[in-house]
Design a protein around this ligand. Structure first.
Ligand SMILES: [Fe+2]
Length: 309
């Protein structure tokens, strides 16, 4: 791609980037790599263990209805059809950053972000491609990395909430970092009034501050989006302090500060490392990793439940 990925970035966006919700426009939706046929071929190229297939219920507060499934023998094209007609959500993890067709676009996106935002220096970044049904949703959650979304196909209602009490507590992030919770955090429907809300169209970009909770409801058509996780020095330090506070809490202390600067924060880095070493000797499984359905292109929902054992 010789034209820009980001098409309307200006000084105002540089001023708010990573500090506040920053919407912009991009051009990936016009690129042939995002045609239905190209995406079906991408699904066929991706390793199975890098392809997450999920479904979920209709109630935005029923976070526990999120569950995993398996693709079986469905081809990429069949899977695209099952998603278009059913109730599925597919995450092609790292496809945007690893796949030879998409990685050049990913590098160009970061070259442009760095050129337009002086001092922006990601430590690591990963891009996934999400393909989801017209009525799929992603429940209220917070990500551990800084996150960007580039919407490519269909329409989705995106809500982003402040990364502070009551919308998010330090305790919730500590639990996510200690793997005792998935990325879901407690949700109250009344908070929708406090959210930045936008019906995303193809070509819409949005970024938001670290840990800001968000939720997404698809509102039309087969949805395709690129999601980007960015590890920065800021996210590493903030997560180390929260992780250490969670470790201290598990040892019976009540942490009083979540400051990311000063001797206390540096001491917490050591606590966090020590706790990770201790836990690595006692591995924990992530919640809800169980597979409960198989893709079935003939089913109305696009999947068939496994019999309970
Ligand atoms: Fe997210």
């Amino acid at each position: 791609m010789t034209a820009s990925v980001l098409t309307d970035w200006d000084d105002a966006k540089t001023g708010t980037f990573r500090k506040a919700v920053t919407p912009a426009r991009h051009a990936l939706h016009e690129h042939p790599a995002f045609s239905d046929d190209a995406l079906a071929e991408l699904i066929d190229r991706r390793p199975r263990d890098m392809t997450d297939i999920c479904t979920m219920g209709d109630d935005p507060s029923d976070q526990d209805s999120w569950r995993g499934g398996e693709r079986g023998n469905a081809t990429g094209a069949q899977l695209m059809e099952a998603v278009r007609a059913g109730k599925l959500w597919i995450n092609l993890r790292h496809a945007m950053s690893d796949d030879p067709v998409y990685a050049p676009l990913f590098r160009q996106l970061f070259d442009e972000l760095k050129a337009k935002n002086p001092g922006y220096a990601p430590v690591r970044s990963y891009g996934g491609i999400l393909i989801s049904s017209p009525k799929a949703q992603v429940f209220y959650h917070a990500d551990v990395s800084e996150t960007l979304l580039l919407h490519v196909k269909g329409r989705k209602r995106f809500r982003i909430y402040p990364a502070e009490r009551p919308w998010l507590t330090d305790r919730s992030m500590e639990d996510i970092l200690h793997f005792v919770a998935a990325e879901d955090v407690p949700y109250d429907a009344a908070w929708d009034a406090d959210a930045w809300t936008k019906d995303m169209e193809p070509g819409d970009f949005v970024s938001w501050p670290l840990h800001a909770p968000h939720r997404v409801e698809n509102i039309g058509g087969l949805n395709v989006s690129v999601t980007v996780e960015v590890v920065t020095r800021d996210s590493l330090m903030k997560n180390a302090v929260l992780h250490a506070n969670g470790a201290l809490r598990r040892m019976g202390w009540t942490p009083r500060s979540n400051a990311v600067k000063g001797p206390q924060a540096l001491a917490k880095l050591a606590v966090s490392r020590g706790w990770k070493l201790y836990r690595s000797l006692r591995p924990v499984t992530m919640p809800r990793s169980e597979v409960t359905f198989d893709v079935d292109v003939a089913a109305e929902t696009g999947f068939r439940d496994r019999a309970a054992v």
